[in-house]
Design a protein around this ligand. Structure first.
Ligand SMILES: C[S@@+](CC[C@H](N)C(=O)[O-])C[C@H]1O[C@@H](n2cnc3c(N)ncnc32)[C@H](O)[C@@H]1O
Ligand SMILES: [Zn+2]
Length: 294
């Protein structure tokens, strides 16, 4: 797919969304009462206690029962999309795809905190299109962008701490650079199901940290120790893989690279100007891929 371009769809987004929830209604549960969904009337999902959730024109649904916002805005998500579509994370996807080989049409793969949805798009398009994919994020803008891939997956606004799924309904949870809530994750996972969590390691985006925090060396380092220890404490870690590589940065991508991560959020205006004026030629991707089984 061309960077930033949209897929040609045969149907309207809302039709893909409605058909998905109609066919897979049994995995969903109401976020207001934890009840079962009993029907879809027009473009509305209705639970046994008559709570109603409407499909948007884009075929997405808003599930959170409480008001929450995400700091990830459209500009950042669009830059992120461009770089993901330009293979910035391809080696990570290749590793993940090996873990999805067993998934079939009966299985559900959920990308928690999916951002703008390109990880799902690339996994479905280039690797395994045999399973049912869902992606959700707290960011409405992310989910709206995700709907460009409505043919691949069902996208909805949701919160990792309160997923609209029945107990033991999901076979794989993807958790890529996004927050976790292990109790909730273990609730929705099937016995034998897996969590695949990608976390930054010490040198992740190190060139970016250096330019944004050249005046603040303390902020140049990063440790994933707490996240890693929490995963091991709460989930049965069955596999882990350390992946490090350098992605070549060409001038035309530099602006998107600088915008695609929250690293710049804490940088001063002066440091942002410094970063623009001192382009780096390669970017380190350094991550751990953790696999937990239920
Ligand atoms: C660093 S981004 C990663 C997005 C995507 N996985 C990717 O790699 O491009 C983290 C994402 O987590 C989402 N997020 C933060 N808190 C969340 C929550 N409680 N529930 C769902 N998503 C959340 C943010 O909106 C953001 O899109
Ligand atoms: Zn309900």
């Amino acid at each position: 797919m061309e960077q930033g371009s949209k897929k040609v769809m045969l149907k309207k987004k809302i039709d893909y969304g409605r058909e998905f929830v109609e066919e897979h209604l049994a995995i969903f549960q109401c976020t207001k009462c934890q009840g079962t969904f009993v029907e879809i009337s027009g473009n509305t999902m209705i639970c046994q206690n008559n709570h109603r959730f409407d499909l948007s024109k884009k075929g997405t649904i808003h599930f959170p029962d409480h008001h929450m916002t995400s700091d990830y805005d459209k500009e950042m998500l669009v830059s992120r999309r461009k770089m993901i579509q330009k293979d910035l994370y391809l080696p990570i996807m290749e590793e993940i795809s090996l873990l999805l080989e067993q998934e079939t049409k009966k299985d559900y793969i959920v990308d928690m905190g999916c951002g703008e949805g390109s990880f799902i798009d690339r996994l479905v398009t280039d690797f395994n299109d045999q399973a049912n994919y869902l992606g959700f994020d707290l960011s409405k803008e992310g989910v709206q962008l995700g709907s460009d891939f409505s043919e691949d997956a069902f996208f909805f606004t949701g919160d990792v701490t309160d997923m609209p799924f029945k107990n033991e309904s999901i076979s794989t949870l993807l958790n890529i650079f996004s927050p976790s809530h292990y109790e909730e994750m273990l609730r929705v996972l099937k016995p034998g199901g897996q969590v695949i969590k990608v976390i930054p390691d010490a040198f992740y985006l190190t060139e970016m940290r250096e330019v944004f925090y050249h005046d603040n060396p303390e902020k140049q380092s990063y440790s994933n120790e707490n996240v890693y220890e929490k995963f091991k404490k709460d989930v049965n870690l069955v596999k882990e893989k350390h992946l490090t590589y350098k992605y070549p940065v060409v001038p035309e991508d530099y602006e998107d690279i600088l915008k695609m991560s929250p690293i710049n959020w804490g940088a001063s205006e002066k440091a942002k100007a410094y970063a623009k004026a001192h382009p780096f030629k390669e970017l380190t991707i350094d991550v751990k891929i953790l696999v937990g089984k239920k």
